[in-house]
Design a binder for this molecule. Structure first.
Ligand code: SF4
Length: 499
């Protein structure tokens, strides 16, 4: 579905690994909810084939086939490509790019502490999961979500913690590269908690393909009957009183039977007035009645490979368009080269080189030009000792991630007038050039800014600072007419906060 401009629907993002046909646990735990969400939200659902490789890298022969099976299950369950975007992760390469960029800023310890990192290594014994891809999969997940600037990620209660890492990555990225807190480059998504009905596997363990205890969404009627018939129940003996909550068959009734039938088997089970055989026959009827139309829709879609291709192509186009919008902003925010900026950068480079020739400053036609050359040179000189990284809005970032605002002004009759955009910086560097072309740099550290920042006058979204001379000719910072001047000479040449 095309994302219409001004579309007010909140955006949702979720995905599934293509490890085979989906089972009823996948259906009631996520897919059924997705089908509802597509009517109220702008939904992006993807087949997470790269994620499948993080654990199944040694045998990839079924990934492509499984991707089709998952898509068919989705369509059978009622996901409608006219209402939501369905796509395959590996077709939208921007996911990999964002993952790579996130990997540059994410501390290793964040990934090592993800609970599933250790859990899965223990559960999937016999597999070497000490791989770079497996450690980094939560970061790939973060890229999957954040690249769509999703408002919500639908998850069950037990998975809410996973989204927290994604939020942390977004915050860290924004802290480094966003212009300001009020204009973050990457949106932090919220968790959309999904009530997940309890559904045990046929052996009373958690339903899972690897346990061989699942009923598939695509199972035919005889297979469903057979699996339910062989299910372990909560009443080993006919005279035992049981509970549908603890029984896989009872769970199926709770999900698929109407109220009357559920009431009947609940009473019968807890009072031991029905047999498990009867209960299973009724559960088979209820389950099959629900899955019948899903199977039929699935069969119909499977008959039309052209339609599947079209759905994937359309979904990829739609997803890639949104992903590319985010990536363009991310690349720019991170200061990577784009073709449009080559000419400007070449000009700046030549300015910096020319700075080393004093005649260049003397030859500058305007004061502004001269200051620009001075600033470029100052940064160039400082960076030899304290490397600074320039971002696009005259803010420099130190190796320790501090944002440094750098501003220059030439002496006027009132002193040095600085006027710059109101954005948060940890350190403010003011470069003042006097009439004798003598350059002074004042680096105002965090403690100074914390104490004084609110007192700086603001006008048209700009911060205004006037530096004047005191009676003895020393420079002093005046906040506003009427305010006590704050002496800043103590900070002259104090570059230590930049370390
Ligand atoms: S009566 Fe039904 S719900 Fe109760 S234990 Fe038997 S099969 Fe399970």
């Amino acid at each position: 579905m095309e994302n219409k401009p001004g579309n007010p629907r909140p955006r949702v993002l979720s995905g599934m690994r293509p490890t085979g046909k989906l089972h009823l646990g996948n259906y009631v735990g996520a897919l059924q909810n997705w089908v509802k969400l597509q009517h109220s939200h702008e939904c992006f659902f993807f087949i997470a084939d790269w994620h499948a490789l993080t654990t199944d890298y040694d045998d990839t022969s079924m990934v492509a086939n499984n991707s089709i099976e998952v898509l068919l299950d989705w369509l059978g369950a009622g996901l409608d490509p006219d209402l939501c975007t369905l796509f395959v992760q590996s077709h939208v390469r921007q996911h990999a790019e964002l993952h790579l960029l996130f990997s540059m800023i994410t501390p290793l310890s964040w990934l090592e502490r993800v609970p599933s990192y250790k859990d899965q290594q223990e559960n999937l014994q016999g597999k070497d999961l000490l791989t770079y891809g497996f450690l980094g999969y939560p970061l790939l997940q973060a890229a999957d979500i954040l690249i769509y600037q999703a408002d919500y990620v639908p998850v069950g209660e037990d998975q809410a913690a996973h989204v927290e890492l994604t939020r942390e990555v977004a915050r860290r990225f924004n802290q480094f590269f966003s212009r300001s807190k009020s204009a973050p480059l990457i949106k932090e998504p919220q968790v959309l908690l999904t009530a997940t009905p309890r559904l045990l596997g046929t052996d009373k363990r958690k339903m899972s393909k690897s346990y061989g205890n699942s009923i598939l969404l695509s199972d035919e009627s005889p297979q469903i009957a057979e699996k339910i018939k062989n299910s372990v129940t909560d009443r080993p003996k006919l005279t035992d009183h049981g509970s549908p909550d603890r029984c896989p068959v009872g769970n199926l009734h709770q999900i698929f039977s109407d109220r009357e039938r559920l009431e009947y088997i609940t009473q019968g089970c807890t009072r031991a007035t029905i047999t498990c055989v009867e209960c299973k026959v009724l559960a088979t009827q209820s389950t099959d009645a629900h899955l019948g139309p899903i199977r039929e829709r699935r069969r119909e879609k499977a008959r039309d490979p052209g339609l599947l291709t079209e759905i994937i192509e359309q979904g990829t186009r739609n997803a890639a368009r949104v992903a590319e919008e985010t990536m363009a902003a991310v690349r720019e925010g991170m200061g990577l080269l784009n073709l449009a900026s080559v000419a400007g950068l070449m000009r700046k480079q030549s300015d910096a080189l020319l700075l080393r020739t004093p005649a260049t400053i003397a030859d500058a036609k305007t004061d502004e030009e001269r200051w620009e050359i001075r600033v470029a040179g100052w940064i160039d000189a400082v960076s030899l000792t304290f490397p600074l990284k320039k971002d696009r809005r005259e803010v420099y970032i130190t190796r320790k991630g501090r944002k440094v605002g750098v501003h220059a002004a030439g002496e006027s009759p009132r002193g040095w007038e600085f006027r710059f955009e109101d954005r948060k910086v940890n350190v403010l560097a003011l470069i003042a050039e006097d009439k004798d072309r003598c350059l002074r740099a004042y680096v105002l550290p965090p403690r100074f800014l914390e104490a004084s920042s609110k007192r700086f006058p603001r006008n048209d979204g700009k911060v205004e600072i006037l530096v004047g001379k005191d009676a003895s000719g020393n420079a002093a910072l005046h906040l506003e007419a009427g305010c006590e001047p704050v002496p800043i000479q103590d900070y002259e040449g104090d570059y230590s906060p930049l370390q």
